[in-house]
Write a protein that binds this ligand. Structure first.
Ligand code: ADE
Ligand code: ZN
Length: 346
């Protein structure tokens, strides 16, 4: 491990930008920038209820998760053709390359599209084509994770899984997202059990707005390998002890939590507390087009607000590779690159 105490504090922002990292919690539909929404609306002749990019951006004033989801699903309505899904993912992957994201595990919400008559094949093929191109043209290793919408039924999730199975080679796992409170993990116990039998990786959003009980059941009922958000876990000391002992990764999204009023100020974000308690916390962007920043913006702003230092930066980047669904050879390679970057700043 490099000597982290010898990093000049003034160099921290540059170090945060330059260090290699994995992004494990990014909804590709949440990377759709207003400019691209308008361009796709014109290209596809889809009407949107905003007169301009500026007017749409002004509507991004959220009070909670649901107030965001309503506008996020509306924005996705401009996506119709395979090329639209490619263009959206390619734009994100270029931003990721710029932020030195070495590995991206990208969520997509097929039900948002299949409910509008877009086929699963259109969605998966367009997104996967962008991921494949990113490996050769951008040096970003990207894979897809299919998310079930938890405000819909488990039956609907099973139907979605059936539609996706012909494309099993194009996604590595499943997740659970959308409106959390009132839709506990237990609702999806059977479909997650089936996905486990199929050898898919399992993750779920839990403890974003919902209680620690949802984190417990994501672990015990769904048997997830990572918890998305999980910041409410600090309310439950026994849960914190379990997360630390088992090194269950939490994919934390600081700017998302700020914009959705999970924390009233970034200065009060509990990321330093999660690290201090020995949890495998990571930093991620969630829905960067809606929350005011991509991955490096999340690092820069949460570090500036909380006073975290180089040793926290190292731990967070290292955690991201520990938590990534990659083989040991890739993990060793990325951590070696991380160590080299830190050594060059010492
Ligand atoms: N879908 C997109 N972003 C989400 C979030 N932060 N929580 C739950 N579902 C989401
Ligand atoms: Zn999310």
């Amino acid at each position: 491990m490099p000597n982290l105490h010898s990093v000049e504090p003034a160099l921290l922002p540059e170090l945060l930008k330059r260090m290699p990292k994995a992004e494990l919690h990014i909804h590709i539909e949440g990377s759709l920038e207003p400019e691209l929404i308008f361009a796709l609306a014109r290209r596809n002749e889809v009407a949107i209820p905003y007169a301009s990019v500026e007017e749409l951006r002004r509507a991004y004033a959220f009070t909670d998760l649901q107030s965001f989801l309503d506008i996020y699903y509306a924005g996705a309505s401009v996506l119709l053709h395979e090329q639209d899904f490619f263009d959206m993912a390619w734009a994100y992957l270029q931003r990721a390359a710029h932020d030195n994201v070495a590995r991206a595990e990208i969520f997509f919400d097929p039900q948002t599209h299949t409910a509008r008559g877009v086929t699963m094949e259109t969605v998966v093929t367009g997104l996967h084509r962008a991921c494949a191109a990113a490996a050769t043209q951008l040096g970003v290793d990207a894979e897809l994770i299919l998310c079930f919408l938890r405000h819909l039924s488990e039956e609907d999730a099973f139907a979605t899984l059936e539609q996706a199975l012909p494309h099993r080679d194009k996604f590595i796992g499943v997740g659970l997202d959308s409106s959390e409170v009132g839709h506990p993990p237990e609702k999806f116990a059977r479909v997650f059990a089936r996905c486990r039998e199929l050898g898919l990786h399992l993750v779920a959003h839990a403890g974003e707005e919902g209680p620690p009980a949802y984190v417990w059941s994501a672990l015990d009922v769904l048997q997830v390998e990572r918890v998305d958000h999980g910041v409410q876990s600090v309310q439950d000391p026994a849960l914190m002890q379990r997360l630390a002992e088992e090194r269950v990764p939490l994919t934390v999204c600081p700017l998302s939590n700020l914009k959705l009023c999970v924390f009233d100020r970034l200065e009060s974000h509990n990321l330093p507390q999660l690290l201090e308690a020995g949890l495998c916390a990571t930093v991620n962007s969630d829905d960067p087009a809606y929350f005011g920043g991509y991955l490096n913006d999340n690092f820069l702003q949460v570090f500036a607000a909380t006073g975290m230092r180089a040793e926290h930066a190292y731990q967070l980047a290292r955690n991201s590779f520990e938590a990534a669904f990659i083989d040991e050879a890739a993990r060793t390679k990325y951590i070696g690159q991380l160590d080299k970057t830190f050594a060059s700043f010492s």
